[in-house]
Design a protein around this ligand. Structure first.
Ligand SMILES: CCCCCCCCCCCCC/C=C/C(=O)SCCNC(=O)CCNC(=O)[C@H](O)C(C)(C)COP(=O)(O)OP(=O)(O)OC[C@H]1O[C@@H](n2cnc3c(N)ncnc32)[C@H](O)[C@@H]1OP(=O)(O)O
Length: 732
């Protein structure tokens, strides 16, 4: 709803009231319409101010309404009527003005906002306490269809509007002022300032204040500007339809009169509004927030667990991961002790880390005191830290030793975390005197850039330990997902199945190019083979060797079988040829030099595959893109259901967040579990069963128990899966 009152004698003050973000629900829209009518009809009222309660202007249209039957006054005429008013209307923007919220403000005749520079004296200098403005509809699979695509380019010019509308990025009040979105910023109470301003413009002509009457500033080469914009959005999110529609809508603003532009905006919105991509992105918006409300099977949650304060942290091992983690901790304002026992590696890290910090500071507009990090070759240097993150080589014996030493050196209440990507967290905990203070913090490379953090709780991890790691993740700006302890945790455990299928497809006749093309057309930034070349084939090889799997001396049928299941030694064979991917200039593709980035098809690899198939009596067959997608993705999804069934992840949203933020799953497809829901669980079961019939030696192609049960329960929508899981667990 909206509250209306007259203030300072002649100003009608309309306050949006819909906590927490004053989203424009049907009742808020009705409240605005009624209040505006009242203000315009009241002779004592000479001007109007619109603001939001509790320091938030408006978070936009109510996203929860989109999936339902829409009711209440529509936004477009509501904003039109505000703009057409014959009394000045001022938007007083505190907190956020996003989406429909900014569109509402663009319909007002003036916009005033809040901006304040804050200097954190110790480590970070930043501009904070500022309002955020933006049109993030594209991130929800939509476009700003309440006139945003038509007014913003008229106000700030086509190039700047294209940037904001196609990326959905939020700008601070300071930037919004510079761009021309705002008329004024203040460090004082925004509503008070807006009311005073409204009094000052009473009676002034509004002719030059209605943005819909503006023309876009002329540009010399409109065609190439839009062509470039189209290329950019297509490569940024392959297959996403909303950014493309955003470009088309802004083009309409640049080339058509306002009324026709609005028609085009509406038409384009109609194509997006009920699309699967919009559903996926809106699901994902809420999924991210659900992940933040983590819980563990033992009942640990934010509200039941007290995170400990972490002021000083240590990182052990300064390889690629350790350096990234050091940077992430320092960027979060912590004091960091960085330990590396190898002198050469330590020396390199002391140069690399500051330059990574510098680059990050330039990107983020912050400065970091270099002395927030101290380097040491001696493990004793961690004696007084609150939390340690171990990031040494992925070798259990080495990690065991580090944990034993840490347990002696550190304070008794220091939290000990491991960055292992798959090893047993419980086993490491058992090496310490306080296993309840051990958790996994699984970062993704590069650790200071990638958003995902898997926080792995072991059997004995205390709720406070999990809460502390989750809180620290948040402080580092990560999307932290709490998962249980198992081989590979959630992400890598699912990935293993996906990779295996990709190898099997090569054995059966596919090429890396075919498999990658299918996955890239699906929306992954890189197919599985291109991605393996980038991350290094030797990483998985080392793990397989440690597991006793990578034995290429086996011949005959046993060469392709391990532990009674089908196994492909293709990756092992490639590594034996010294083909580790980009770093050696050869992998599944060839590169112009070691470290080269551009993957080229490699005739050697194709010959190698032919010879391999001939050696093993495998007759290549034609494999189409659909089979690639079904084999690779459905098996990954099936493992996801298994993970849910075992309680390793609390809900499908956790798995989806892991895949979107850590593994490049296209966000506009919602994540693997949402994708399964979209495709239809029955179909997923049917295809898995069919592939399992064809490949009985691949047991994990059999649909998981949970997947079957969901189908037996009538395939409930994804937001009801937790109930099915809960019911099942409560029967145990
Ligand atoms: C035939 C077809 C015809 C087509 C017809 C079309 C008709 C419709 C046309 C309408 C035209 C629409 C044009 C406008 C569209 C929009 O405005 S879409 C929404 C755009 N806005 C956003 O994307 C902002 C989303 N919110 C945020 O980014 C953040 O929430 C915030 C505002 C920056 C605040 O952040 P923070 O303080 O960190 O809080 P959160 O935890 O994120 O949020 C708190 C809770 O509020 C919920 N929430 C936030 N925003 C919305 C929203 N817009 N709608 C509904 N709910 C929202 C959020 O989910 C949190 O709740 P919980 O999930 O319960 O925790």
């Amino acid at each position: 709803m909206a509250q209306y009152r007259r203030v300072s004698g002649s100003v009608g003050l309309i306050t949006l009231q819909n906590p927490p973000v004053n989203a424009l629900s049907a009742s808020v829209r009705q409240g605005i319409v009624d209040s505006v009518k009242r203000a315009l009809g009241d002779q004592k009222v000479k001007s109007v101010v619109i603001c939001g309660q509790n320091g938030v202007f408006c978070g936009g249209a109510d996203i929860r309404e989109f999936g339902r039957q829409m009711s209440g006054p529509p936004l477009v005429p509501m904003i039109h009527d505000i703009e057409a008013a014959n009394k000045p209307v001022v938007a007083a923007i505190e907190g956020s003005a996003l989406g429909g919220g900014l569109e509402l403000a663009l319909g007002c005749h003036y916009r005033i906002s809040h901006s304040k520079a804050v200097v954190y004296h110790c480590f970070i200098m930043t501009m904070s306490d500022q309002a955020k403005l933006g049109l993030p509809e594209v991130t929800l699979g939509l476009l700003p269809a309440a006139g945003g695509t038509q007014r913003l380019p008229r106000l700030i010019g086509v190039p700047a509007a294209l940037n904001l509308i196609t990326t959905g990025r939020h700008v601070t009040a300071a930037e919004a002022l510079q761009l021309g979105i705002l008329d004024h910023v203040t460090e004082h109470n925004t509503v008070d300032v807006a009311v005073k301003f409204a009094l000052s413009v009473t009676g002034e002509s509004l002719d030059g204040r209605r943005i819909s009457s503006f023309s876009c500033a002329p540009l010399s080469d409109l065609d190439s500007l839009f062509e470039e914009a189209m290329l950019k959005v297509r490569s940024a999110a392959r297959g996403a339809i909303a950014p493309v529609a955003c470009v088309q809508a802004v083009r309409a603003a640049a080339t058509l009169p306002y009324a026709q532009g609005m028609e085009r905006e509406k038409e384009l919105m109609a194509t997006l509004f009920h699309s699967g991509q919009a559903r996926a992105l809106q699901y994902f918006f809420f999924a991210q927030r659900a992940v933040g409300r983590w819980s563990t099977p033992s009942g640990a949650r934010w509200d039941t667990s007290q995170p400990r304060p972490v002021r000083k942290a240590a990182v052990i091992g300064l390889g690629t991961m350790g350096r990234g983690i050091t940077v992430a901790l320092a960027q979060a304002g912590l004091s960091v002790v960085a330990v590396e026992t190898h002198a050469k590696q330590l020396m390199e890290a002391t140069k690399a880390v500051p330059s990574m910090l510098k680059r990050g500071a330039v990107r983020g507009g912050t400065t970091i005191e270099p002395d927030s990090i101290t380097y040491s070759q001696n493990l004793q240097a961690v004696a007084d830290v609150d939390l340690v993150i171990e990031a040494v080589f992925e070798d259990m014996a080495l990690k065991e030793k580090v944990f034993q030493q840490l347990s002696i050196i550190c304070k008794p209440d220091t939290l000990l975390c491991t960055n292992t990507s798959s090893l047993d967290v419980d086993h490491l905990a058992s090496q310490t005197r306080h296993p309840e203070l051990v958790v996994g913090m699984h970062f993704f490379a590069p650790a200071h850039v990638m958003k995902l953090l898997e926080v792995v709780y072991g059997r004995r991890s205390s709720p406070a330990a999990v809460a502390t790691a989750m809180q620290l993740g948040k402080k580092m700006g990560k999307v932290s997902v709490a998962v249980g302890n198992c081989r590979g945790f959630a992400g890598n455990r699912m990935l293993k199945r996906y990779l295996e299928q990709a190898f099997f497809l090569l054995e059966e006749g596919a090429t890396p190019e075919l498999v990658d093309r299918a996955l890239e057309e699906f929306g992954f930034p890189m197919g599985v083979f291109r991605m393996s070349d980038l991350s290094g084939l030797d990483v998985g090889w080392r793990v397989r060797k440690a597991d006793g799997l990578a034995d290429t001396s086996l011949t005959g049928t046993s060469a392709r079988v391990r532990q009674g299941c089908r196994y492909s030694p293709l990756g092992d064979l490639l590594c034996e040829h010294g083909r580790f991917g980009q770093k050696t200039g050869r992998g599944w593709y060839q590169y112009d030099k070691p470290g080269g980035r551009v993957a080229k098809s490699d005739p050697w690899l194709h010959n190698f595959l032919d010879e391999y198939r001939a050696r093993h009596g495998l007759v290549p067959r034609c494999i189409d893109q659909q089979e690639v997608l079904e084999r690779c993705l459905f098996v990954l999804i099936n493992e996801g259901f298994q993970i849910l069934e075992e309680g390793i992840a609390a809900g499908p949203e956790d798995i989806d967040a892991i895949y979107v933020f850590g593994y490049g799953w296209p966000r506009h497809r919602g994540g693997p579990m949402f994708y399964a829901d979209m495709v239809g669980l029955e179909r997923v079961v049917e295809r898995l069963e069919r592939y399992h019939q064809a490949h009985p030696d691949v047991p994990y192609l059999q649909p998981s128990g949970l997947l079957r049960r969901l189908v037996a329960n009538g395939s409930p929508p994804i937001h009801k899966w937790r109930n099915v899981i809960k019911n099942r667990n409560s029967q145990l």
